[in-house]
Design a protein around this ligand. Structure first.
Ligand code: SF4
Length: 583
């Protein structure tokens, strides 16, 4: 079995290098295994390491991984991020005429794979010491679908265009008005059409550093498709978008495909991935250590395999437990103990006006909120939290509220341990451990990734003593497994503590997983918004989905919600019966 030693050098404490050298039994017998390089960093020689695990166990930062990998899958990596760095095994292959998706956890190599295919990163085949030539790369991919792709790319018979994951970095690299930026890229003379389809008219005269996250995402998608290409790569194209925009962008991306054009997409929103793709690749492994790309699957069976944690065709189990969606046929007995009530609230903010119907929140209520961006969801949350007062109407709240905002402060010098203080001992089993925060405790908040920061913010919000927890977009930056884990933790926490929660989110699968009631927002973004409900789940979803013109059914094998293809038999039948949401 090939053995890999991976060290996360950002986390590893260099003061421990000497200790590790002294502890390693191979070093003690006089053979070099753990060494300190001239740059002061620790290095582990995989050829001499015997895999005893002593250094792993003594590493308090949990920054060393020593693993034996299955020979048939991992004989040689496609790429390695430096000596003792992350290893990527195998590559997905784009196809003309198809939307091909990639599904997998954060830090498992999805962006690395896209970067290689898009020609932005040259694969080193695991050789981090010397340059690899193109012939070696071609030989490596002999008999593999990727070879055909690389050959066509080299011959110039296909061109690629790439939308990066981190759209928030764009204003740091590009300046000027949105119209100017996009016009320079318009190789096909389709700017007006793309701008209209992606609803970008309103921001064309704005400076690129003066647009919202959702607008920036759509600008990045526009920039990608304005270029002449045969394969378009989209790395997480729906982050920062609301559900209506996600559906619209999905249709737009699907519309790019024809016999001369293909699309490859990485996406964490499973409903959207399912809706958008024909085929998928699964990626599994260990976060930050190694990632393996599976064979290609039809979208439905691939997503079900992923949830199952088992790839039948490859006899590969990559997760102990399957992720199950249980049909909510039996309603649990709900408490009638009132926590908050409101009636006819109104609030004006500049040109925007918010209003609400009558509503209540009871003890142990788990309520989801659905609605477009800019329609008053945060205004509602702030009124419920008592941060703002309504201009008119009544709000009756005698509760302590804990609030996780949509945007989290990333500049704090404090460590995670300092932020979470008492929560660490009090909630270690219900929050800290399940959210995977233990290994982050020593790190400064400003050094955390988006997903890590989100989990810390969720733990921080839930660990405060409160009767009502308000969470604004807790699924942002989380991968699919983390999203479903967070929804389970949230539900269990609310039931365990006898509290209540309201969650605003745009991932339908995430909300469906734990919500029992729904508040639905209607109106016109930036003009007016009205909060309706809470409704029972089926009624709320029905009301929301009918507004979008989309119907949902449950997958018979996994139980997960799936959007029906527009115009399909199921779609027509459900629309005629007024059942936009499965019951
Ligand atoms: Fe040395 Fe390898 Fe054992 Fe670590 S796992 S102590 S590197 S032999």
């Amino acid at each position: 079995m090939p053995r890999i030693a991976v060290v996360d050098r950002e986390r590893f404490n260099p003061e421990n290098t000497g200790l590790m050298i002294n502890l390693c039994p191979v070093n003690r017998q006089g053979t070099e295994c753990i060494t300190r390089a001239s740059d002061g960093k620790i290095y582990i020689d995989e050829k001499t390491c015997i895999g005893c695990g002593i250094c792993v166990n003594r590493d308090t930062e949990k920054s060393i991984a020593i693993l034996n990998l299955p020979e048939e899958l991992c004989s040689r990596p496609v790429h390695r991020h430096g000596k003792n760095g992350f290893c990527l095994y195998n590559l997905p292959a784009p196809e003309l005429g198809k939307v091909v998706g990639i599904i997998g956890r954060n830090s498992i190599g999805k962006s690395t794979a896209l970067n290689i295919l898009a020609g932005m990163l040259k694969p080193n085949l695991g050789n981090t010491e010397s340059e690899i030539n193109n012939e070696e790369v071609m030989e490596f991919f002999r008999g593999n679908e990727s070879r055909k792709f690389f050959e066509m790319l080299k011959a110039g018979s296909i061109k690629v265009s790439y939308k990066p994951q981190q759209v928030d970095l764009i204003p740091k690299r590009v300046s000027g008005k949105v119209r100017e930026v996009l016009s320079k890229l318009d190789e096909k003379n389709i700017l007006d059409k793309v701008v209209s389809e992606l609803d970008l008219e309103r921001v064309l005269e704005n400076d690129i550093n003066n647009v919202s996250g959702g607008e920036l995402q759509r600008i990045a998608i526009a920039a990608c498709v304005l270029k002449k290409a045969s394969i378009y790569f989209f790395d997480e194209p729906t982050s920062f978008l609301d559900i209506k925009q996600r559906i619209k962008v999905s249709k737009f991306i699907r519309g790019l495909v024809n016999q001369n054009t293909g699309v490859m997409v990485v996406e964490h929103d499973l409903v959207i991935l399912d809706y958008m793709t024909d085929m998928v690749y699964l990626m599994y492994g260990q976060e930050g250590v190694y990632g393996v790309v599976s064979g290609i699957k039809a979208a439905r069976t691939g997503i079900n395999s992923y949830l199952d944690g088992y790839i039948k065709e490859e006899n590969m189990r990559f997760r102990d437990k399957p992720i199950k969606f249980i049909e909510k046929t039996e309603e649990r007995k709900r408490s009638k103990e009132l926590r908050v009530s409101w009636e006819g609230m109104k609030k004006s903010l500049g040109k925007f006006s918010f209003s609400s119907e009558t509503g209540t929140i009871n003890k142990e209520d788990v309520i989801g909120i659905l609605g477009e961006n800019g329609i008053g969801k945060t205004t509602f949350m702030r009124l419920i939290a008592g941060v703002d007062k309504p201009d008119a109407g009544i709000i009756n709240e005698k509760v302590v509220v804990s609030y996780k905002p949509q945007y989290i402060d990333t500049n704090s010098e404090e460590t995670v341990e300092e932020i979470l203080k008492d929560a660490i001992s009090k909630y270690s089993t219900v929050l800290i451990n399940p959210l995977g925060i233990e290994r982050l405790l020593a790190r400064k908040v400003k050094h955390l990734s988006g997903g890590e920061l989100q989990r810390v913010a969720i733990a921080s919000c839930l660990s405060k003593r409160a009767d009502l927890y308000l969470l604004d977009e807790p699924s942002a930056y989380l991968d699919i497994e983390q999203r479903l884990m967070v929804s389970k933790i949230l539900y269990d926490f609310i039931m365990h503590t006898g509290t209540s929660c309201i969650v605003v989110d745009h991932d339908l699968l995430f909300l469906d997983y734990f919500s029992e009631r729904l508040i639905v927002f209607e109106g016109k973004p930036a003009i007016k918004g009205e909060a309706k409900g809470p409704f029972e789940m089926a009624m709320g979803m029905n009301s929301f989905l009918s507004g979008l013109g989309i119907t949902f059914r449950r997958d018979p094998d996994s139980g997960r919600p799936r959007a029906n293809k527009p115009g399909s038999v199921k779609d027509r039948e459900q629309k005629e019966a007024g059942n936009y949401y499965y019951t």
